[in-house]
Write a protein that binds this ligand. Structure first.
Ligand SMILES: NC(=O)C1=CN([C@@H]2O[C@H](COP(=O)(O)OP(=O)(O)OC[C@H]3O[C@@H](n4cnc5c(N)ncnc54)[C@H](OP(=O)(O)O)[C@@H]3O)[C@@H](O)[C@H]2O)C=CC1
Ligand SMILES: N[C@@H](CC=O)C(=O)O
Length: 377
């Protein structure tokens, strides 16, 4: 018998659109596995489109591809018209509508809320959905790095939440840590390079390219957050560090993490628009970073943006490291994570591979959705 996994996708940017494409292109693979992914709703920052009757209907593949087309043209979902089988809700109505659908489907057919936004605004929907027996799948790091209260709520039913893509994109970081933790093997230290953007930036600057140019390329390649300053400030890595630290049981907040920023306060989002930062502000940073890279190179070293979590520290910042070290050898958007535990003591468990990009991130989200199939009737 075919198993239906119903879902609502929040966020149809680079990752969300790629997820829809993966879902459609995996139809025959999933059919062979006896699974069908029923997309009953899709939302962006301004609107929500849901199947007219979420219990019996779904958004068809032609419609989902039209969503991808409209969104990659930069338009709002609300501009899609002519589909009788769906209804459009504005931003102010969409939270209530998602909760209505969650209340209806959560306890009957089951429902997964899939958060591929980069927003904190999804937190109230997600926390309410937990009480409605829904599953949650996230690429968005903000809900898990909000208050401890929100965090505790979201993870209150651990089997119903998956968030592999929040750290290391599609790499099996969270799953590996969960396996280590559930076997009672204590994690002593995690050290790694967890930003695809900063990994790419550092290795390209090492090759002599200006920071301003490589940040723009990282954005074009889909590695950066919507505002690349989220990466350059270290905040995005700090969120990943916080997710890992909380997974290890540390009850800390973002404020407790020592974070090194690559740009000064005068270029913060509250002072300068993204366009001004990328167009002019960042140019003044080119020289300084090139000098730091050249100085490290004189010592046979390279610069890497490193995350360290151990019993006394949770910090993220630039370190000068030997070129021929696991972190020093990293190139491009690859992430590497070394996990030291009792079992992995002298030789850490090492996880390495592409740590950013829409394709690998969306693949991680899709694998998470498939992983919760047993929770659907
Ligand atoms: N790209 C990568 O390599 C990786 C990304 N991630 C995470 O994946 C998430 C998505 O990234 P990406 O696709 O690049 O980001 P984008 O900026 O391309 O897309 C974000 C999407 O979220 C939508 N959105 C904003 N607010 C809301 C809201 N309140 N409700 C529903 N949707 C909303 C936006 O709407 P609108 O179109 O109207 O602006 C947009 O469609 C981020 O949280 C990122 O950190 C995680 C791992 C790797
Ligand atoms: N902006 C992030 C994307 C993944 O989380 C990064 O560069 O690593």
């Amino acid at each position: 018998m075919k198993k239906n996994i119903s879902l609502i996708l929040m966020g149809v940017g680079g990752v969300g659109r790629q997820l829809l494409q993966h879902i459609v292109s995996c139809r025959s693979l999933h059919a062979k596995q006896g699974i069908h992914l029923r997309v009953v709703g899709v939302s962006d920052s301004k609107s929500l489109v849901v199947a007219s009757d979420a219990f019996t209907m779904e958004l068809g593949d032609t419609f989902l591809m039209e969503v991808c087309r409209v969104k990659s043209d930069g338009a709002s979902l609300s501009t899609i018209s002519g589909y009788d089988e769906s209804k459009v809700f504005t931003n102010s109505e969409s939270t209530k509508k998602i909760i209505d659908v969650a209340a209806f489907l959560g306890k009957s057919t089951g429902l997964a809320l899939v958060d591929c936004s980069a927003s904190s605004e999804t937190i109230p929907v997600l926390t309410q959905a937990v009480d409605l027996d829904c599953c949650i799948v996230m690429a968005n790091k903000k809900p898990l790095t909000s208050t401890m209260e929100d965090y505790d709520k979201l993870i209150s039913y651990p089997r119903r939440i998956r968030h592999e893509s929040t750290v290391g994109a599609g790499l099996p970081v969270i799953a590996s840590l969960n396996r280590i933790l559930s076997s009672g093997d204590p994690v002593h230290r995690i050290i790694g390079s967890l930003s695809g953007t900063l990994g790419y930036v550092m290795s390209e600057v090492e090759d002599g390219k200006p920071l301003s140019q490589v940040v723009q390329s990282a954005k074009n390649l889909g590695y950066t957050e919507p505002d690349p300053r989220d990466d350059l400030s270290g905040m995005d890595v700090a969120r990943k560090a916080l997710i890992l630290a909380r997974l290890l049981g540390r009850r800390i907040n973002l404020d407790d993490i020592k974070i090194e920023s690559l740009y000064p306060e005068e270029m913060a989002p509250s002072v300068m628009s993204i366009e001004d930062f990328l167009g002019t502000g960042i140019l003044s940073l080119d020289k300084d970073i090139q000098e730091r890279v050249s100085k490290a190179s004189l010592n046979g070293n390279v610069l890497r943006y490193v995350c360290v979590i151990d019993a006394s520290r949770c910090q993220v910042g630039i370190q000068e490291l030997p070129k021929d070290s696991p972190l020093g050898r990293l190139r491009g958007s690859d992430n590497v994570l070394e996990i030291y535990t009792r079992c992995y003591n002298d030789q850490p468990l090492v996880i390495q591979g592409a740590g950013a990009g829409n394709d690998t991130t969306a693949a991680g989200v899709l694998a998470d959705i498939i992983d919760i199939q047993d929770l659907f009737p």
